[in-house]
Design a protein around this ligand. Structure first.
Ligand code: AMP
Ligand code: MG
Length: 350
């Protein structure tokens, strides 16, 4: 199958809508990451999303809407807390888990009686949903790989498997949406993202719990609240190590250990580049929001440039830092080191 990359003009949006109506798949820009979209009411189309990505069958898809009025066709109930959050954060990078309406086939939700719903802000995504109705879409990458934040990334992973990618340029947020469960009372944060935990707490006026397994590996045999959490995720071919600690401690840890790698590089904020003794650097930008925006592109670039190891600077777990660390720790298979200044200094002495 030939895969075309086209701009989201009215004509091309009409073409995309025809593909979706026939049960086909379309690569779609959103403000978070690119999505691999299918008609959310078509069970067969949903199954072909799983096939195209190589996605495990137990990892449910997010249903995307372009108008609050579509919520009644997707969710059986919209609890009070969900109403507060949708008024505040939609359209935007927030996904809410709600009781599922029977119109959504079990293939979309991997058999769960809840459904994940998001109202994206990206104009091309909204224009396509306006034409097609609710779309089920996971991130448009091969399962396990970093999510895609440009149309070219989508092409790299999925060409030959889908007929069309709409090119809306690089994604603004760069990380997948925040996922929050509202189906069983108090909100539980299942995946941090652009809408931060602090923002949710402020809107709800109460603390928001972090789901089990969000910031640490789930214990063997434990059931994940969000099935996608338990799968291997976001990983480039290069080995990734997350390095925490003071500037000095990180610098000496990385300089010492990078010697053992064939082709090492660092992923760091611009201001820290000089710390790492001339190691090649992947650009995380100037601030945590830039790190979020650049992370997946940087991990893909590490593979394109043939690096074998990526030493990624850690961030503190506030604001969007929590989302960045959630992704980069998974990309690293939870290989996180806290570099200790005193140890390193002792080791450096003769
Ligand atoms: P992706 O489509 O790659 O952005 O991943 C979607 C995420 O949302 C995965 O981690 C899913 O497990 C999660 N998700 C989707 N639907 C549900 C649901 N009904 N309950 C809990 N988590 C969900
Ligand atoms: Mg994904």
């Amino acid at each position: 199958m030939e895969t075309r990359i086209l701009p989201p003009t009215n004509e091309n949006l009409d073409l995309a809508a025809r593909i979706l109506a026939a049960g086909g798949l379309v690569g779609l820009p959103t403000e978070t990451v690119y999505g691999l979209a299918a008609d959310a009411r078509n069970a067969k189309a949903a199954l072909s999303v799983f096939a195209a990505k190589g996605r495990p069958a137990d990892n449910p898809l997010i249903v995307h809407i372009s108008d609050i009025s579509q919520l009644k066709d997707v969710a059986r109930d919209v609890p009070r807390r969900a109403q507060v959050l949708l008024r505040r954060f939609w359209p935007g990078p927030l996904t809410m888990i709600l009781p599922k309406d029977p119109a959504i086939p079990p293939e979309v939700t991997a058999g769960l009686d809840t459904v994940a719903v998001r109202f994206p802000a990206h104009p091309a995504a909204r224009a396509l949903i306006d034409r097609s109705g609710p779309l089920a879409a996971p991130s448009a990458n091969l399962s396990g790989r970093p999510s895609t934040t440009t149309a070219q990334h989508v092409y790299h992973d999925l060409h030959g498997r889908i007929p069309l990618i709409l090119d809306g340029g690089p994604c603004e947020v760069g990380l997948e949406s925040t996922v929050v469960d509202l189906s069983r009372g108090p909100a539980v944060l299942l995946r941090p993202g652009g809408v931060t935990r602090e923002m949710l707490e402020e809107a709800l006026g109460e603390p928001v719990a972090l789901g089990k397994g969000v910031m640490e590996p789930l214990p063997e045999g434990e059931k994940a609240l969000s099935p996608g959490l338990k799968h291997k995720h976001y990983a480039p071919k290069a080995r990734v190590v997350v390095v925490l600690g003071t500037d000095k401690a990180r610098a000496s840890y990385v300089r010492k250990h990078a010697k053992e790698d064939a082709a090492p590089c660092v992923l760091c904020l611009e201001e820290n580049r000089a710390l790492y003794g001339g190691l090649p650097a992947l650009d995380a930008g100037r601030k945590p929001e830039d790190y979020a925006h650049n992370l997946f592109a940087a991990l893909r670039e590490a593979d394109a440039r043939g690096y074998t190891a990526v030493y990624a600077e850690g961030l503190s777990l506030f604001g969007v830092g929590l989302a960045v660390m959630n992704r980069v720790e998974r990309a690293a298979g939870f290989a996180v080191v806290r570099a200790d200044e005193e140890d390193e200094e002792k080791e450096d002495r003769p």
